[in-house]
Design a protein around this ligand. Structure first.
Ligand code: 8X3
Length: 261
């Protein structure tokens, strides 16, 4: 926790789910001795979070900003406009991401293909490109890419989502190798099923279908992933938690889910 004190953490997709839980975990782990840059499309959600935070942790510095990582031209201006004390980013959490639908190849809407690639791949790459020079100048810092078990094992009905997460995995591995002569750490966090808005988004608001994903299992919760992210980024400088696959105890692959019978 001491190692987190005074750090500046930039989280994309911070309005809900793993992103918001990670923001909260950084506050808890540092006892509010941290600077958070929280970016998302839904500014109202960030606003609510910030209000709560300022009650619980009056010392914490939280900057919120509207950012859609698919709007490439807005990423640099977002960073350029950060208040001075937030400009020196130490930890980038590339969390914004989504799955849209479970249609099979031939039936997938172009806008879903593009929606997933734009956010999960192009958005993540462009945010990383924009932030990396800041880390390189200091020769330190962490890049955490929130990927998925879908980046390791592809499954039917997930061709595009799995392709985006495989792309993230390749990008992450290249980046870690490129930065071998620096103190910058590149960390991959690959969750299985986590109970968040993820399934509501994938099933376009169909709560019955979304609930079924987690039914009769004990899923992971956003807090569990947040815990891993904060753990990984608060290790000693000589330690890189490079590559993590994280499941609930009821899951062993995209296909292996124990539902209690
Ligand atoms: C979320 C996990 O199995 O739905 O990334 O792809 S899965």
């Amino acid at each position: 926790a001491e190692r987190l004190a005074g750090k500046t953490v930039f989280i994309t997709g911070a309005s809900a789910g793993i992103g918001q839980a990670t923001a909260k975990e950084y506050l808890d782990a540092s006892n509010g001795q941290i600077r958070l840059i929280l970016a998302a499309r839904r500014l109202e959600k960030l606003q609510e979070f910030k209000e709560q935070t300022s009650k619980n942790y009056p010392s914490a510095q939280v900057h919120i900003g509207k950012l859609d990582v698919t709007e490439i031209d807005t990423i640099k201006p977002f960073l350029d406009k950060l208040p001075k004390e937030f400009q020196d980013i130490d930890i980038l959490i590339n969390n914004a991401g989504k799955a849209l639908g479970t249609e099979k190849v031939g039936d997938i809407a172009d806008e879903d293909v593009e929606g997933m690639f734009n956010t999960n791949v192009l958005g993540l790459i462009k945010v990383t490109q924009a932030v990396l020079p800041i880390l390189k100048r200091k020769n330190s810092g962490d890049v955490v890419n929130v990927s998925s078990v879908a980046g390791r094992e592809a499954y039917p009905g997930g061709s595009i989502y799995c392709a985006t997460k495989h792309a993230v995995r390749a990008f992450t591995e290249s980046l870690r190798k490129e930065l071998i002569d620096t103190k910058i750490r590149v960390i991959s966090v690959d969750p299985g099923n986590v109970e968040t808005e993820f399934s509501m988004v994938r099933f376009r608001g169909d709560s019955e279908k979304a609930k079924k994903v987690y039914q009769d299992t004990v899923p992971l919760y956003a807090e569990d992933i947040a815990d891993l992210i904060v753990y990984a980024t608060s290790r000693k400088q000589n330690t890189v938690i490079a590559d993590t696959l994280i499941f609930s105890s009821n899951q062993a692959s995209p296909y292996h889910l124990y539902r209690g019978s």
